[in-house]
Design a binder for this molecule. Structure first.
Ligand code: NAD
Length: 386
């Protein structure tokens, strides 16, 4: 039987520097009996030149050959879907709920779409495949460095002959994977760090990293399903914003990371709160998106200074700014998932579905000409209803 051909695409999104598979992991997949094709220049943005892939045993090919020859394509974001063909499998972070129409189109094309963001994250055996966590971890770290770069003061308490500099005060809103990494990173830089999350379980996690937990009295527990937050009612959200504003204005740097699955990110920092912050303060909105973010006036990928001297940073793709570490982690995640989907050198998705495998049930979005992931199928049905 011919070896399964796995293709590593050169990412197509503007500014995306990550690569789905790093040379170290090529060796591991080759050992598992897979053949690896790499699109020329795929790793360059993350500082993995083609020669490193060749040394690891991969074959460098151009894009046309890659899309034509590979049985499975590995990518970070959406690859060039126009070049995909029937019988091919693509594994990436496809965000099927935001790209439901495209998923329906891939199903029609006979493409099997596998998306890492559908992984059941609390499953112990899936943790090594959890790309959302690995990339959020990178993003949380980089968020602090980006904010620090726009902040014109030291982070730590410094006592020098030229005087004493008081420590920066950092507030992190949303203490999930990214927020906790941001808290730890700001703490290591010497700042006084406070964290807040609507899930009560995060209180101990914030404290364990040396942060102080901000208690709000206006909002009850916002714990939702599967360890995620629930969406707050408009009244709760207004009360939260009002109470948070008094904390926000006392901080030098505010980093926001709050997300609610399948919803617009919650609005936590109002225009009024920004207007009341001190000149020289910095806000970084990790949730900034075209749908809106945690900060009323942030715009994704843009940085600007308000009339009252507050730098507002709408984070773009933070993991891409740490492309090497992000790719190393992603590569381990995607290869672990791929090896889970392979049995005896071939893809075993049909068998895994028959066996009700929880991982396959979460990640396989399209297969056999249909959209099979329940949440995406339900969304498409709702959209097509009269
Ligand atoms: P996320 O990206 O969905 O959201 C980030 C944070 O924003 C969350 O902590 C959430 O509670 C918070 N948030 C949402 N709305 C808010 C609001 N109005 N006010 C304040 N905070 C708000 O979350 P995530 O980082 O992907 O993690 C979500 C959960 O999943 C966490 O409980 C995390 O510990 C858990 N998790 C578990 C595993 C595992 O078990 N292996 C892996 C990853 C994540």
């Amino acid at each position: 039987m011919a070896a399964l051909r796995v293709g590593v695409v050169k990412e197509v999104a503007t500014g995306e520097r990550r690569v789905a598979l790093t040379p170290d992991v090529v060796v591991k997949l080759k050992d598992a009996g897979l053949e690896i094709l790499v699109q020329a220049g795929a790793g360059a943005g993350a500082w993995f030149p083609d020669e490193r892939y060749e040394q690891a045993g991969a074959t460098i090919v151009d894009g046309t050959k890659l899309y034509a020859d590979a049985d499975v394509l590995l990518a970070v974001g959406l690859p060039d879907t126009a070049q995909l063909r029937s019988g091919q499998t693509v594994v990436a972070l496809l965000q099927p709920l935001l790209n439901a129409e495209l998923m329906a189109q891939l199903a029609q094309q006979g493409v099997t779409a596998v998306s890492l963001d559908g992984l059941p994250r609390t499953l112990t055996r899936a943790q090594g495949m959890d790309a959302l966590s690995s990339q959020a971890n990178v993003a949380g770290y980089k968020a602090v460095l980006v904010a620090a770069d726009s902040f014109h003061r030291f982070f730590p308490l410094l006592i020098t002959a030229a005087g004493t500099s008081r420590p920066a005060e950092v507030l992190v809103l949303g203490a999930g994977v990214a927020g906790l990494q941001a808290i730890g990173t700001a703490k290591r830089l010497g700042a006084i760090v406070r964290g807040y999350d609507v899930r009560p379980a995060s209180r101990e996690e914030v404290k364990s990293l040396g942060g102080q937990f901000v208690e709000l009295t206006s909002v009850e527990s916002g714990a939702g399903e599967g360890g995620y937050a629930r969406a707050l009612s408009p009244e709760e959200q207004a009360a939260q914003q009002a109470e948070l504003t008094d904390h926000i204005v006392k901080h030098d740097i505010v980093i926001t990371t709050a997300q609610v699955p399948g919803r617009r990110p919650p609005l936590m920092v109002t225009k009024d709160a920004v207007a009341r912050m001190k000149a020289g303060s910095v806000i970084l909105d990790m949730a900034a998106s075209d749908l809106g973010g945690n900060v009323e006036i942030s715009r994704p990928g843009e940085t600007f200074v308000t009339d009252n001297g507050v730098t507002v940073i709408g984070a773009g793709t933070l993991p891409s700014l740490m492309a090497t570490s992000a790719s190393n982690a992603y590569s381990r995640n995607i290869s672990a998932l791929l090896l889970h989907l392979v049995s005896d050198g071939a893809l075993a998705i049909d068998q895994l579905i028959t066996d009700s495998d929880e991982i396959a049930a979460g990640v396989v979005v399209t297969h056999g000409g249909s959209v099979v992931q329940p949440a995406t199928a339900a969304l498409l049905e709702k959209e097509s209803a009269p």
